[in-house]
Design a protein around this ligand. Structure first.
Ligand code: GLA
Length: 344
């Protein structure tokens, strides 16, 4: 029996900095302990056989010609296709996928899956692994070109660069990743499920928002919204002015949150989370009634800050709770954990 290679990649929580990644902006995420595990063994037949254990679903395809399909099968096919396109010499494999991040939850199950697949495929093939930033780009291409969600690099970088006790400040223009100590004292960060699931592929609000940002850049004659001023953005037609306003002020909130964390000012972090939520709801318009109810539940439980997380349109809500607050029973405490790794 062949030895199994095993790779694990975590999901992420984004403390703040939403919809900034594809606008060359800033974000402050951390990897969590939940994630996706992929076990891989050589198949010996030049084909890839995938078992999505949690879905009780299977797929088989040729290593040399993965072919494009929709749904979860696009991930393993895309991982093989993109790794081979970089020149990685892969062998046929048997893959088993299991995970603990709910799909469409805003906790980045997609990136966890892409990263774990790539690491396991490289390991079982004894292929040279690219550096982590390059791996993040490869995984992002899987999501953009195979799955059809035009997402940025936030989730893949967070999954690959995670560290215990630390968030990371990502600058998506320079791709500089700087660890930021996340010292919460008596406070806790929790996520609470809105019960609503999203998909970001195809004709969805996510891809639409991305197109609106591109249109705003064209009108402003800037390469990205990172280069736009609030003053110029306000002259854009609706809804582009509001979209740009969100991105520009969200970058400022990332800087302010980083500074507040350095000063141990958790009250200020809470305020910034609330401001981020208001901007995502009113300017970026990615909230839903179920998300609003979930934000209210967290605030009623005593959260000093609560906001929608990830791409929006459902998923988990993030809350910052002081010691005096009792989290709702179904809330899950989250803290920064280690990044993606080959276990064997
Ligand atoms: C999703 C995407 C990320 C990012 C966030 C919003 O999680 O995958 O690239 O755009 O939404 O911040």
């Amino acid at each position: 029996m062949a030895e199994w290679a095993i790779a694990f990649a975590p999901g992420r929580v984004n403390l703040i900095g939403e919809h900034t990644d594809y606008n060359q902006g800033l974000a402050l995420p951390f990897a969590i302990s939940d994630g996706v595990t992929v076990r891989a063994a050589p198949s010996g037949d030049g084909r890839v056989h995938v078992n999505a254990c949690d879905l009780d679903a299977h797929d088989t395809f040729d290593l040399a010609d993965p072919g494009k399909v929709s749904g979860w099968r696009a991930f393993p096919r895309g991982a093989v296709g993109e790794l081979r396109a970089t020149g990685a010499s892969l062998t046929g494999a048997r893959l088993e996928i299991t995970g603990t991040v709910p799909r469409g939850s805003g906790l980045s199950s997609s990136a966890a899956l892409e990263v774990a697949l790539c690491l396991a495929l490289l390991e079982v093939s004894h292929a040279h692994a690219p550096d982590r930033l390059e791996l993040a780009r490869i995984c992002s291409r899987v999501e953009n070109d195979w799955v059809g969600a035009r997402t940025g690099l936030l989730d893949q970088i967070a999954s690959l660069f995670g560290e215990a006790d630390r968030a990371m400040r990502i600058d998506f223009r320079s791709l500089e990743v700087v660890p930021v100590a996340l010292e919460l004292g008596d406070f806790r960060l929790v996520t609470l499920d809105s019960g609503e699931r999203h998909a970001h592929a195809g004709e969805t609000g996510y891809n639409q928002r991305r197109a609106e940002c591109a249109e705003a850049c064209e009108l402003l004659e800037v390469e990205s919204l990172r280069d736009a001023t609030l003053e110029a953005a306000e002259r854009l037609p609706a809804p582009l002015a509001a979209r740009a306003r969100h991105v520009i002020t969200e970058n400022e909130r990332v800087e302010a949150t980083t500074a507040a964390l350095a000063e141990g000012d958790l009250e200020r972090v809470g305020e910034l989370l609330n401001e981020s939520h208001a901007s995502l709801r009113d300017c970026y318009e990615v909230s839903t009634p179920a998300v609003e109810r979930t934000v209210r539940r967290l605030r009623e439980a005593g959260a000093i800050g609560a906001r929608i997380m990830g791409g929006g349109f459902g998923g988990h809500v993030l809350g910052l709770l002081p010691a005096s607050a009792t989290a709702p029973e179904d809330a899950i405490e989250v803290r920064p954990g280690a990044g993606a790794r080959v276990i064997r």
